[in-house]
Design a protein around this ligand. Sequence first.
Ligand code: DGT
Ligand code: MG
Ligand code: MG
Ligand code: MG
Ligand code: MG
Length: 269
Amino acid sequence: MANSRFEYVKNFERENYLLPDTYIVVRVDGRGFHKFSDEYNFEKPNDLRALNLMNKAAISLMKEIPEIVVAYGDSDEYSFLLRKDCELFERREAKLITTFSSSFSSYYQFYWAEFFVEPESILKPYRLPTFDARAVCYPNSGKIRDYFSWRQVDCHINNLYNTVFWNLVSKGNLTPEQAENRLIGTLASDKNEILFKEFAINYNNEPEIFKKGTVIVRELSNWKNDQEKVINTELTKKNLKNLKKADLKLYHTDIINDTFWQERPYLLI
Ligand code: DGT
Ligand code: MG
Ligand code: MG
Ligand code: MG
Ligand code: MG
């Protein structure tokens, strides 16, 4: 339909090109998962099937989009990091966020029945899993470190709260309202103490996936050898190609301290 008299309407379209030379984080988050998790009887406070399904969807997306270098997820959300020099979709925001949210939602639905059994395995058309997405640009690696720290601290705070809350309700025979009131104004140390004294739970021994969430990272195996050389120059084209092909590794580990990032400096160049 080239050059038809209607084609001028194309000029009404607008494109938001994300700021060049900045890191891009795309975060997807489940829509209305408060209700969704109720509908399909997620275990409280953490449903391992749901977390593993989130991880499977994230890995699938990272296989589809090799520009993603590292991802972090917990609860119903996942954050994906694109490097500063990433030119995926010419950095067009709409293209990026709609692709991430629709692909992630598709993978989540596609693998749903691998993780849930009947009757939950049958999704209801009025309660389908869908994910929104946003893209945020960050100017330097310090901000990216703070971003991922923010998400992991959030995971920890929510998980500690939810763990105490659901123990008070399910084993402590409090109503949700009573449990909520009991926890008003409590510090982390108070919550740890309630868990230990009233339910004989040592929070430190809770599964790492619940406490720390999940990191999926492209792991350059040969990186350590010529780390200095590459760090001091730029990430060469060849290295970049290797990075895109690198194996995906999954961890439930601390990403707030330096170690994780120091071992993989290529993530933040
Ligand atoms: P949104 O994101 O604004 O559309 O609304 P929600 O309802 O998705 O709110 P959000 O994303 O802030 O919180 C996530 C909800 O998902 C939260 O109500 C708890 C629920 N959820 C996530 N993972 C689990 C789980 O493993 N077990 C249970 N029982 N609930 C979960
Ligand atoms: Mg929300
Ligand atoms: Mg949500
Ligand atoms: Mg959420
Ligand atoms: Mg088309």
